[in-house]
Design a protein around this ligand. Structure first.
Ligand code: F6R
Length: 609
């Protein structure tokens, strides 16, 4: 979604704001803008298009203001245009606001404000904010922001500056992330941590309903009644370089290459040295609760949902508990039946996805124990769940999720093995075998990221195709879903994942000469069946790339090209199989000249419903 930045301190604000926006551009990129407060006035600079357009506009100009806010937009209300770009101002041009989220009651507020004589210049929901603040301003900016916020329905994070009180920046968080950066004699505001890392590692993570007032010499955090809140300083452990491209052409490629390390970090300290057990000391769920479990729900969106699908197979196989996987936006509205003994696992890289957060709240409301798997420390999901298992993937900047997915899978294995151990559904020998294989996954992942020549060749072949099919059975089907999503979202080629056995019930009709099919074949017990499905598409002229577990030599006979996945325990194969699929999507998108890190219409963190 949109990105917000703010600065107050001794330095020149515009360049700091623009630099912060560069780090947040993955959140939204159809327009960008900044507002700076100076002597009695506010200057607004905003432009439709990527941040580059705004930077070109600013080029060669000098600014001296030390206070400002900035925004990179992902359009919801009103098409991308200069007028709809943030910041928005009131009628007098003395109040400027940037906003992330959706003001659900903006139409009625707008009508009311127009009846009071306010004139609007954009089609956005955001523009009601500066006018509301103007309406309530009686010499106290904070009070006016509080009054305006109390009229809003929906989710929002906002930052406000005003030439009435030029040395002040007011920020409000409600269901949309905001972080305050604590520098030395200067303060920052951002909707995500990478925008702060150049300047400080010390932060206040704002909670819903909290307001921060930034002034040159202090930051105050309070609730809506102006009661002071003593915030804990959170020190961010990431290196700033982790959020940079580090020599790679794209963040996505860098993040694919970071997977071996991300896996090591996620497993680190969580597998006993003698492979006798999983160590999940961070979870509070008791052995008694685990033994009393009757059912598991996994709920998430997009790639995280696909990780949940793998989780379902693994938990059902190892723990022998029924597992339902739900898309979070469906779960929350379908009145899920949550009875005593239900565990809900929420998966979210950002920990801020609106639907996922709502699913978490619904699960808690109905009394389930909730374990969150998330990558962002201090995120909403991490704060609201009963238990949190962090994926230590480091910052994921590319919109297309890669290392978050593999570390989500890693976390699902840890959870499944922990539950299985406590419930006694796994023999020590099998547990030891899987844990020992898990420790080798990083090295095997390294082999796959280092050897992408064949994948690149196949990408060249398919880059002008109109449509692709991904097929597999069992866990391979779960990974096929993720592979097809990766291709769609960054290369814009239509792709579908099918359970291989389902093809002949309809979709086989679409297979004709030269249609590319990516066939996944890593599960020994399903090997013969999958091979015969590959044969079916092959016989109809498809061009088949098979990804097979090492040793499955027969697959070569029914496919045009075979890439082997290093041998591992079949349950762990998804972590490895997905890597060539990520690389295939990446190289195809590059070959098509697509903007890999910022695919059209998509944003990294979907904080609106
Ligand atoms: C696709 C992708 C998305 C996210 C989804 C959930 O590559 O990244 O499908 O997985 O928007 O996001 P999180 O995990 O942040 O809740």
């Amino acid at each position: 979604m949109c990105g917000i930045v703010g600065y107050i301190g001794p330095k020149e604000a515009v360049s700091i704001l623009v630099e912060g926006l560069e780090k947040l551009e993955y959140r939204g990129y159809d327009s960008a803008g900044v507002a700076i407060t100076g002597n009695g006035s506010i200057e607004i600079l905003k432009k439709e298009g990527k941040l580059r357009a705004l930077k070109d506009e600013l080029n060669g100009q000098t600014y001296s203001a030390n206070v400002g806010i900035g925004h990179t937009r992902w359009a919801t209300h009103g098409r991308p245009s200069d007028e709809n770009a943030h910041p928005h101002t009131d009628c007098t041009g003395k109040i400027a606001v940037v906003h992330n989220g959706i003001i659900e009651n903006y139409l009625s507020l707008r009508e009311w404000l127009q009846s009071q004589g306010h004139v609007f210049n954009s089609q956005t929901d955001t523009e009601v904010l500066p006018h509301l603040i103007e309406e309530f301003y009686e010499g106290d900016l904070l009070e006016a922001v509080l009054k305006a916020s109390s009229k809003l329905e929906g989710s929002f994070a906002l930052a406000v500056v005003s030439s009435h009180e030029p040395n002040k920046l007011v920020a409000v968080r409600q269901d949309s992330p905001l972080v305050v950066g604590l520098g030395e004699g200067e303060y920052f505001l951002a909707s995500d941590i990478p925008a702060l890392l150049r300047h400080t590692r010390f932060t206040y993570i704002l909670n819903d309903g909290e307001i921060a007032v930034l002034e040159p010499d202090r930051v105050r955090v309070m609730d809506r009644q102006r009661n002071k809140i003593n915030k804990k300083v959170l020190e961010v452990k990431w290196e700033a370089e982790q959020a940079e491209k580090g020599g790679y052409d794209h963040f996505m490629l860098k993040e694919i290459h970071e997977q071996p390390k991300a896996l090591r970090d996620t497993f680190s300290g969580r597998i006993a040295a003698d492979n006798s057990r999983v160590i999940l000391d961070e979870v509070k769920i008791t052995p008694e609760q685990i033994r009393g479990l009757k059912k598991v729900f996994i709920t998430a969106c997009g790639t995280a949902y696909h990780a949940g699908f793998v989780g379902k197979y693994v938990i059902e196989r190892l723990v022998r508990l029924p597992v339902e996987v739900d898309i979070a936006s469906e779960f929350r509205y379908r009145q899920p039946i949550i009875e005593p003994g239900t565990l809900v696992i929420i998966i979210s890289q950002s920990g801020e996805t609106a639907d996922t957060l709502a699913a978490l709240r619904e699960a808690k409301r109905q009394g389930a124990h909730v374990i969150a798997v998330t990558n962002v420390v201090g995120s909403s999901v991490s704060r609201e769940a009963d238990d949190v298992i962090y994926t230590w993937a480091g910052p994921e900047i590319a919109v297309a999720s890669t290392k978050a997915y593999t570390t989500q899978l890693a976390s699902m294995y840890l959870i499944a093995l922990h539950l299985a151990t406590v419930r006694g559904t796994i023999a020590p020998g099998e547990l030891g075998g899987i844990l020992s294989e898990m420790k080798q996954l990083d090295a095997k992942a390294q082999l796959l990221v280092d050897n992408s020549v064949e994948i690149r060749d196949f990408a060249e072949e398919i880059c002008s195709s109109r449509s692709l099919f991904y097929i597999g059975r069992g866990l391979d089907y779960a990974v096929a879903m993720e592979g097809s999503l990766k291709l769609k979202e960054i290369s814009y080629i239509h792709a579908e994942a099918y359970a291989a056995g389902e093809l002949k019930h309809g979709t086989l009709a679409l297979i004709e000469d030269a249609v590319p099919v990516v066939a996944l074949c890593t599960q020994k017990d399903l090997y013969d069946k999958t091979a015969s499905n590959i044969q079916e598409v092959n016989a109809r002229g498809a061009s088949v790339l098979a990804l097979a577990m090492e040793g499955f030599k027969e697959v070569e006979k029914v496919s045009d090209k075979t890439i082997y996945i290093p041998e591992t325990h079949p349950l762990l194969a998804p972590i490895l199989t997905v890597i060539p699929l990520q690389l295939l999507a990446y190289h195809t998108a590059v070959a098509r000249g697509c903007d890999v890190d910022k695919p059209r219409n998509l944003a990294k963190s979907v904080t609106v419903e």
